[in-house]
Design a protein around this ligand. Structure first.
Ligand code: BG6
Length: 487
């Protein structure tokens, strides 16, 4: 793997004993350390309330992080030198004197200073203010985890308050989908090859589907999820970010603002949703008990932390349009859900069929003129076309050209968090969400949020299926269907 080692850094991790730190942040930093990507003097300063001292914290880390280190298991030497980088500050967010303690602990540490807030969004502003009160906001970078707010108003309130303390160029808003290798590859596919560009527009594209389907339910996050729902958890951020990358104009360069300017143009061009049309262009569902891969799973409403009469959606399907010359009239179908039949994230570009078939009706069949970009699992790009079946007659059959990335590139993929953490230390903002992008995304989803909050309930679907039938009916109105329904 090619890489540029970081310069020295002090990485201060708020929420140091939390789930995200254990599952993603510390494993990501460990992988970077093991691969020699982190400068030797770089320090990690974990901040939390639960552990009493550094030994207690390291014990917690030993117990909770190792299981989440994915590639090649743990290299014990690398692990113990990784632990040497870690310092710990026990801090109570309500106590001003604890921030003085934090300042004393970090002020003489070298390099770029990063504050990573792996906490709930309600703590972002108090933490930023407390950092500023001891002068720690100067020359520092701040990383904010999603969800950033609950709606446009609350996200603006956070951004305004954080913006008084940190300049936009110091703020790194994480959307981990942007750190995924296959999403990077989407940029490479679109802007590294001249082949697709002439076809990537309304004249040749009939419709596009973007799916992020999960088999997992809400796990231990019932409480959080029940106040959030799939629209806020997945659509406002991950799905709209993917959509903007699929639909954006070629940027002038890969520098952070060129890419983000183009994504923003797409988000601002999304056709506003008229509340009266919501039932035609948006489907919400909630899973009931069902069976996934032979295992029975309970209904959402019986998950711990979830209200028994919950009206929170665990599934969303949307028809989205983009009002610009490239995409006018092309439907983009977005879909995400928990407890679906499979775990898959993919983008399906359906090109138009031939305008006249000299080869008979089989040349008009679906299953050709299609590009499928599988983001996870097993990253592949597949171009479906028609070929003649061997034999006497002119019978056509759907075939595909395949690019399986793990066969081409032997080196393992870098985890999204690892890449994004390195980007923060390097000061690369391109894969982080700018405030105006986030605002545009909230503005677009808000009529749906409001309408759903005001009336009705999600449609039920059995766990282990592809969601409510209404999601298929929505596509049927456009003479199309979800990819898996064709097989
Ligand atoms: C998170 C959501 O942002 O993304 C989770 O909060 C979801 O609910 C997760 O499970 C999916 O990410 P991935 O990388 O597993 O596809």
């Amino acid at each position: 793997m090619e890489f540029q080692p970081t310069s020295s850094f002090t990485f201060v991790l708020f929420g140091g004993t939390g789930d995200l730190s254990m599952r993603k942040i510390l494993p990501g930093l460990y992988e970077a350390h093991r691969a020699g990507m982190l400068e030797a003097s770089g320090k990690i300063v974990a901040v939390a309330r639960h552990a009493d001292d550094r030994d207690g914290y390291l014990q917690w880390v030993n117990e909770h992080v190792k299981a989440h280190v994915s590639t090649n298991g743990i290299d014990e030497n690398a692990w113990s030198s990784f632990l040497e980088r870690i310092e710990y500050v026990k801090l109570d967010l309500g106590k001003a004197e604890d921030f003085v303690k934090l300042r004393d602990a970090v002020q003489d540490l070298p390099g770029t200073r990063v504050f990573y807030l792996a906490t709930g969004p309600s703590l972002f502003v108090p933490i930023c203010r407390a950092l500023a009160s001891v002068g720690l906001n100067e020359n520092a970078r701040i990383v904010l985890e999603k969800p950033l707010g609950y709606d446009l108003r609350s996200s603006n309130a956070i951004n305004d308050a954080v913006g008084e303390i940190f300049a936009e160029g110091q703020i790194y808003r994480i959307d981990h989908y942007l750190g995924k290798e296959p999403v990077q590859n989407l940029l490479a596919l679109r802007f590294g090859n001249a082949l697709f560009e002439p076809l990537w527009r309304r004249e040749w594209v009939e419709s596009i589907q973007i799916t992020i389907a999960e088999e997992l339910g809400v796990e231990a996050r019932g409480d959080f999820y029940d106040n959030t729902g799939a629209l806020r958890d997945m659509v406002q951020n991950h799905l709209l970010q993917l959509l903007s990358i699929v639909a954006m104009e070629p940027p002038h360069s890969m520098d952070s603002d060129s890419v983000r300017d183009e994504k923003l143009r797409v988000l601002r061009a999304l056709k506003p949703i008229d509340p009266r049309d919501i039932s035609k262009v948006a489907v919400r569902g909630q899973y009931h008990a069902g069976v996934i891969r032979g295992t029975s799973v309970p209904a959402y409403a019986t998950e711990p932390g979830v209200k028994t009469d919950s009206a929170t959606e665990t599934f969303v399907a949307l028809k989205v349009e983009i009002e610009n010359w490239r995409w006018a009239g092309v439907p983009f179908f977005l879909r995400t859900g928990k407890r679906l039949a499979d775990r898959v994230a993919e983008i399906v570009v359906n090109f138009r069929a031939v305008p006249h078939s000299a080869l008979g009706s089989s040349a008009l069949r679906p299953g050709a003129n299609r590009l499928v970009i599988r983001l996870q699992p097993n990253e592949t790009i597949r171009l479906y076309c028609l070929a003649k079946k061997p034999g006497e007659g002119m019978n056509l059959s759907s075939v595909h050209l395949d690019l399986a990335f793990d066969q081409f590139f032997k080196e393992g993929q870098m985890e999204a968090y690892q890449r994004l953490l390195l980007d923060v230390i390097h000061g690369r903002l391109a894969l982080f969400v700018r405030r105006d992008e986030q605002e545009a995304a909230w503005k677009w989803v808000e009529p749906i949020l409001n309408e759903w909050a005001a009336s009705g309930k999600p449609k039920p679907y059995a766990a282990g299926t592809w969601g409510p039938a209404a999601a298929s009916a929505m596509l049927a109105q456009h003479d199309t269907c979800w990819l898996e329904e064709e097989n």
